[in-house]
Design a protein around this ligand. Sequence first.
Ligand SMILES: [Fe+2]
Length: 309
Amino acid sequence: MADTIGATLPDGVGMTTTEAPFIELAQQSGQIYVEQPYRLYSADNHEAWRKLYHRMLPRWEKYANRHFLKGIENLCLDPNQVPKLEDVNQFLCNLTGFRAKGVAGYVPAYIFFDCLRQRDFPTTITVRRGSSLDYLPEPDIFHDIAGHVPMHTDKAFADALVRFGDCARTAADFAKSIKDRQEQTQVLTSIIKAMARFFWFTIEFGLMRDPSGELKVYGSGLLSSYGEIEHCIESPDVQRYPIQLEWVINQYFEIDHYQPLLFIVDSFDHLFSLVDQLEEWMKAGKLNNVSPGEPAISEADLQSFLDAQ
Ligand SMILES: [Fe+2]
């Protein structure tokens, strides 16, 4: 199916963020999941990957948690060209059963979380432009494959992600049990907001205390940012606190600048226990009225939970 979509495009046409004809065609045909049309990557795409990887390596060695560094080694990522998802999956799948699964862009929230439950990781296949390596609001393959996927090689972390996917299932069941439509929308919006905030302050921007007591990075938004991975550890402007679930679920965040507030877990077993607690609180109705504010929950995200099978 995806092969048909890309068939008319010339080799090397480019798979650049917001400039990928293949992705436009896939989106027009309503596809969420796509194959990775490897021949369409341009020389500039491979060069962007190479630059991103090489400049990041010393910062990973300094600031990343040890599970991530082991993951990078275990995945045998090619530093010089955009990775093939099937190669990544050969190593990844053997370790934790996780697989990177190509997507054509936005994935509605429930579908995204439910993929995690099934150990599939929705993976962006486009690469940021070589001229803007530092910041882009959209995820790209460097964020997803170099930032997220090495964490998925760790069993305890992978189990916490799957457990988070279970929470989405619980949220969908909980919402569907509410008969009044208005109340259902209000409660579900609040629960998804709480889940999105938890995901943001852990999976995307989490810090972890190493056994040695040193602070390390495990959040993928930090692991894929050349500037912020250093800033989040070194800057006196960043507040870093031991994680508290009641704080995280009520804490808004903004995505267009370095994070001023980050939370620390002790281990991935600790993270797992927090996901358990999140689900318990959800079942007890404690997520029904979290503090308003970012992130906004879209109609498509809400509907994806109500459509859950
Ligand atoms: Fe991410």
